[in-house]
Design a protein around this ligand. Sequence first.
Ligand SMILES: Cc1cc2nc3c(=O)[nH]c(=O)nc-3n(C[C@H](O)[C@H](O)[C@H](O)COP(=O)(O)OP(=O)(O)OC[C@H]3O[C@@H](n4cnc5c(N)ncnc54)[C@H](O)[C@@H]3O)c2cc1C
Length: 387
Amino acid sequence: MDWKITEEQQLLLESCDQFIAQMKEKGYDAEYFRDCDHKMRYPVEYMAELMQSGIGTLGIPEEHGGGGVDAVTLMLVAEHMGRQGYDSGASTALSITDMLEFGSPEQVAFVSNNIKTGKGGFSLGITEPGAGSDNNAMTTTATENADGTITINGTKSFITNGDISDYLLVVARDAEPVDPKLWASMWFVPVNAKGVTTSPMKKIGWKDKGNMCEVHFDNVVVDKSALVGKRGHGFIQLMKNFEIERLVCAVGALAIAEHAMDYAAAYTSQRVAFGKTIGSFQLIQEMLCENEIEIMNMRNMVLQVASMFDNKESIRIEVNLCKYYVARAACKVVDNCLQIMGGIGYIDDCPISKDYRDVRAYRIGAGTDQIMIHIAGRLLVKKYAQK
Ligand SMILES: Cc1cc2nc3c(=O)[nH]c(=O)nc-3n(C[C@H](O)[C@H](O)[C@H](O)COP(=O)(O)OP(=O)(O)OC[C@H]3O[C@@H](n4cnc5c(N)ncnc54)[C@H](O)[C@@H]3O)c2cc1C
C-alpha cells in the first residue's frame, strides 16, 4: 500500500513539530517527563497545553469542538509525536468519546471542559479484583433505592488516576436488570462522593500517565442523573469505541519502538568497542535489521487498519490482530534496543529503560494478547468456514 502522506497531513505534522519546539522552550522537555516518570505524576500542565492547542483534541468529532480528523491522520500524528517522546493526546481524547456520545448535556459539557484542563475528563472503572478479561464476572452492583437514587457497592482495580480525577465512569452490574442480557449500566460518580475510598497500586511503567489505584465503593449514593446513556446498555456503550481505542494503543506501542530505535541505532555509530564502532559488528546490524523489519510491518498494519476504519470497513478481526502483533513486536524492538545500548540501557536515566518499562503495558491494557486471540481467533474460524 502507498502511504504517501497528503500535503495537509504534512502541514499538520509540521505544526506538531512547532508545538513540540514551543513546549521545549516552556520547559516541557525530556527532563520534565523524566521527573513525572520518577514521581508517578501525570504531566497535567503539558496535557493542558496539548488540549488547548487543538492537537490533543484532533480525534474528537468537530461537533464536540475537536479536530474531527480521520483515523489515518490521527495515527500519523500519534506516531510522529510519540516517536519524539511527546504524548499526542489521542488516547486521552478518545477515552471520553463514549461520554460525548452517550452522556447527558451536563455530563458532556463537564468532560469537554475538564479535558482542556489537562486532567483527562475522568477515570474509567471497569476492571475488578475478580473480573479483568472476564468482565462478566463483575460484582460491583448498582441498586435503585425507593427514592430513585442509586447505591453503588464494590471495588474497581487498576484505575488510572482514580484518586486524582474529579469523576469516575463506573460500569456496574444492575441489581435488577431490565433484561438478563442487558445487566450493566454506566455511572458518572464524583470521586469525592461519600463512601468512595482509594488504595494505591504501584506500577513499573506508564508512570507519567499518572498513578493507579483500587477504588472502593461502600454504599455510595448517587442521583439517577448520574446514569450515562441507557440503563442496561453499559457494555454495549463501552464496546462502541473499543476498536479505535485498540488502534490507538497499537500506534502508542509503535511510537515507543520508533523512539527506542532512533536512539539506539544512532548510538551504534558512536559507541566504540574493540577499536570499532559497534555498528560495524554484524550481530548489532542483525538487531537493527530485525527492528527495521518489525517497524515497517507494525507501521503498515496500523495504517492499513486505520484506512479500513476510515473506509467504513469492518475491522473486528484486523484491529485485534493489529494490537496483538504490534504490542509484541514493539516489545521485541525495544528489547533489542536495550541490548544494543549495553549496560547504559539498563540505567534509569537512559530513555530506553523507560521505553522498556512502558511498552510492556500494551500487551495487557485494553485487552491482553490472549484476549486479542480469543476475539480474533473465533472470528477467523467463522470467516474461513463461510468460504
Ligand atoms: C497500565 C495499565 C492501566 C490500566 N488502566 C485501567 C483503567 O484505567 N481502568 C480499568 O478499568 N482497567 C485498567 N487496567 C486493567 C486492564 O484492563 C486489565 O489488567 C486487563 O483487562 C486484564 O485483566 P486482569 O489484569 O484481571 O488479568 P486476567 O483477566 O486475570 O488475566 C490473567 C491471564 O489470563 C489470561 N486469560 C484470561 N482469560 C483468558 C482466556 N479466555 N483465554 C486465554 N487466556 C486468558 C490473560 O491474558 C492473562 O495472561 C489497566 C491495566 C494496566 C496494565
